[in-house]
Design a protein around this ligand. Structure first.
Ligand code: PMM
Length: 269
């Protein structure tokens, strides 16, 4: 899944593709690089971000989705809002990527059900302005147990709203109400036989350029590796996730991710 953020403030590529023509050109380039799916989002979920108006989000994403679909791309809309999901599906999107898993706006679930679309439900505990304080996992099994139970509860609600289980893709939500070490535990739990893999659902994982990679690669004085210098670490994680058998990875550098998968496929033959 290649990322086409149409936001002025996403942490890794904010502002670069706000102009619809620039976003379309970027999407086309990602498909040429080998993206199977393009994720178009108009709301930044960077820690501390404030929310756009519904109208602003619609104006950002709908023209870009329509344009990308016209070029033959398979498109997902990255939104937490029912109204935006409905307009995106109308414009030709076939996947709704909801980082709140239906918690921010429960009306999104019947919209997806009625369209027969695929639904990505990410693990989420609250909006970006509160994410830090929500990164506490004191229950049984720590972060993995907590995320597993909370994802199971979402699947129940999603299926109850009429979305077939075979249309659901889960996402552990790396970096969303997670401390750096939580992310590594969640990746490990996606390995075959691991607790998250045991849920039996398809998984999408977004790790590309995130701050826990910056922390891992911090300089000796503790300064995190800047966002533009985390790509190799993200690709290494793509290889691990591929070996774990996840359904998809959400990445900014599709070409690099494809290279990794080509090497992995050649070694697996
Ligand atoms: N991360 C971001 C945005 N959308 N969607 C899913 N399903 N999973 C993620 O991990 C995810 C997401 C934030 O990253 P960005 O600002 O680079 O888009």
């Amino acid at each position: 899944m290649g990322v086409v953020n149409v936001t002025p403030d996403s942490f890794s590529d904010g502002g670069r593709y706000v102009d619809p023509e620039a976003a379309l050109a970027h999407g086309r380039a990602l498909v040429a690089d080998g993206a199977d799916l393009l994720d178009d989002g108009g709301e930044s979920t960077r820690p501390g971000a404030t929310r756009p108006l519904v109208r602003e989000e619609l104006d950002r994403v709908v023209p870009v989705i329509a344009g990308l679909v016209e070029t033959g791309a398979v498109v997902s809309v990255d939104t937490m809002r029912a109204e935006v999901a409905a307009a995106a599906l109308e414009a030709g999107a076939s996947v709704v990527n909801d980082v709140s898993g239906g918690l921010a706006d429960p009306e999104i679930l019947p919209v997806v059900a009625a369209a027969g679309a695929t639904y990505v439900a990410m693990h989420w505990r609250g909006h970006s302005d509160r994410m830090g304080e929500l990164a506490v996992y004191d229950g049984p099994g720590g972060v993995v147990g907590g995320v597993r139970r909370e994802l199971e509860a979402r699947v129940e609600a999603i299926v109850a709203a009429g979305i077939g289980e075979d249309r659901v893709v889960l996402d552990p939500g790396l970096g969303f109400a997670k401390r750096p070490e939580h992310n590594w535990e969640l990746v490990a739990a996606l390995a075959p036989g691991g607790e998250l893999a045991g849920l039996g659902q398809r998984f999408l994982v977004g790790a590309s350029r995130k701050s826990f990679l910056g922390r891992l690669l911090a300089a000796t004085d503790g300064t995190p590796r800047p966002v533009g210098e985390r790509e190799v670490a993200g690709h290494a994680l793509t290889l691990v996730l591929a070996q774990h058998g996840v359904w998809g990875v959400r990445v900014h550098d599709v070409r690099g991710a494809r290279d990794v998968l080509a090497v992995w496929a050649a070694c697996s033959r």
